[in-house]
Design a protein around this ligand. Structure first.
Ligand code: S3P
Ligand code: PEP
Length: 442
């Protein structure tokens, strides 16, 4: 099944630029993946049309848009021939048919859409990339069965699977273990208003990671008129109700901003990301405190977020349980630091796009950093770094980590840079503009 992947460059390897001089750059980042895909799902379940302004257009969001079209939604550009980044106009999903859904490697597609498919009249099949077939799905599929859905996964608890929808879902109460992904809870909550009895979710097990993403789910639901109770620990309740059509603007993606802000720390100089929100539920907002702790001067103003650095990078001891998306970039910075670092609280990222703890330990280690995998993270001590091929395991954030490391490692070559199109197709071009303006692309 072809996946939309419009910006996958035809280059196999990327010789990343080193930071030859201090930077001075404004970097406008496209919209948040997590917000764009939540808005698309809610708009597809809404009682009228929606407008999503400044949506992210990347592989994950194009897959979401296409999947919702398969379920009878309209997702159209607001201008026929137009502006660089037209808005998306979404008309609600008719849910009157079966569908075939390509999840690619997108956690948000493979987790958020089965609860929507359960509302469709027909058989909905789900599959994705080879690496998607090992990402955990069992708890959300089991929960859907408890809530009244007919799900067939041949006992695998992973892709591929089918959901046989009947046009409605009873809903009710369910207990699950969401310690391997917050997306299980978000998924059930997003579709919950459309279930006959709504949904009550109780989590048992180790703490749920990525707490800000749950706040994002609750906030976007409330903004769409849903009634959500998240007042008790590990329990969420969404009442049955209509979902209102949306008119929303997507914030810049703060996790994708992290590698660019890191350039100011490593190269010295200044990087500003305009439009940084004063209030946000994005987990990537944590990069402000992290860069501050590693030695940067960080200022949030009306203009945006500005990071200034001297080229000196300090080690850090940090728990990234709430912001685990940042691990690859923080790990790369730690490998460039002048003292050891510890990253904790991220055991679950073994189930992200790849086993990120193994991938980072292998790749940073092969370049010369002293890296140890712990039960829930990494210990990283600086070493003498040498350039080599940095493998990326089809993981967009491994491309970003390789680029950050390459700022100080001549000869570093990042494998398969096009995989970054999962969330930021423009990454390589933007990187050259910031690190090596006027240098031209190799
Ligand atoms: O709901 C979301 O949009 C996301 C939740 C998090 O997933 P996990 O809880 O699986 O880490 C995050 O890492 C992912 O990139 C996006
Ligand atoms: C974990 C990530 O993505 P996904 O939404 O596929 O889980 C990520 O973007 O770092």
């Amino acid at each position: 099944m072809p996946s939309p992947d419009p910006a996958h460059p035809a280059v196999a390897d990327w010789s990343t630029p080193t930071a030859a001089r201090a930077v001075d750059a404004d970097v406008a980042l496209p919209g948040s993946k997590s917000l764009t895909n939540r808005f698309l799902v809610l708009a597809a379940l809404a009682n009228g049309p929606s407008r999503v302004r400044r949506p992210l257009r990347s592989r994950d969001t194009l897959l979401m848009a296409q999947a919702l079209r398969e379920l009878g939604a309209g997702v159209e550009d607001a201008t026929a021939h137009g502006a660089l980044a037209p808005d998306w106009i979404v008309t609600p999903a008719t849910l009157d048919r079966g569908a075939t859904i390509d999840c690619g490697l997108a956690g948000t597609v493979m987790r958020f859409l089965p609860p929507v498919a359960a509302l469709a009249r027909g058989r909905v099949t789900f599959d994705g990339d080879p690496q998607a077939r090992v990402r955990p799905m069992g708890p959300v599929l089991d929960a859907l069965r408890v809530l009244g859905a007919d799900v067939a996964d041949e006992g695998r608890g992973t892709l591929p699977f089918t959901v046989q929808g009947t046009g409605s879902m009873p809903g009710g109460a369910v207990t699950l273990d969401a310690s391997s992904s917050s997306q299980f809870v978000s998924a059930l909550l997003l579709a919950g208003p459309r279930y006959d009895q709504g949904v009550t979710i109780h989590h048992v097990g180790k703490p749920v990671p990525s707490e800000p993403h749950l706040e994002m789910t609750v906030e976007t639901l409330r903004d769409a008129g849903a009634i959500v109770d998240d007042g008790a620990a590990n329990t969420w309740r969404v009442e049955p109700s209509e979902v209102n059509g949306l008119d929303v603007q997507v914030e810049p993606d703060l996790s994708n901003a992290a590698p660019f802000l890191a350039v100011a720390l490593v190269a010295g100089g200044r990087v500003t990301v305009p439009g940084w929100p004063q209030h946000t539920t994005q987990a990537g907002d944590a990069i402000r405190d992290i860069l501050d702790a590693m030695g940067a001067d960080v200022t949030l103003s009306r203009e945006g977020l500005t990071v200034r650095g001297t080229g000196e990078v300090g080690g850090i001891d940090v728990d990234l349980h709430d912001a685990s998306e940042l691990t690859p970039v923080v790990a790369a910075l730690a490998a460039l630091a002048d003292s050891p670092s510890v990253i904790r609280g991220v055991a679950h990222i073994r189930g992200h796009e790849t086993d990120r703890l193994a991938a980072l330990a292998t790749e940073l280690g092969a370049c010369g950093a002293a890296v140890t995998e712990t039960d829930d993270g990494l210990r990283i001590a600086p070493g003498t770094l040498t350039g080599r091929r940095f493998h990326t395991y089809a993981d967009h954030r491994m491309v970003m980590a390789g680029a950050v490391l390459g700022l100080r490692v001549p000869g570093l070559v990042v494998e398969d840079p096009g995989t970054v199109a999962k969330t930021l197709p423009e990454f390589v071009d933007l990187w050259h503009c910031v690190v090596d303006p006027g240098g031209g692309r190799p």
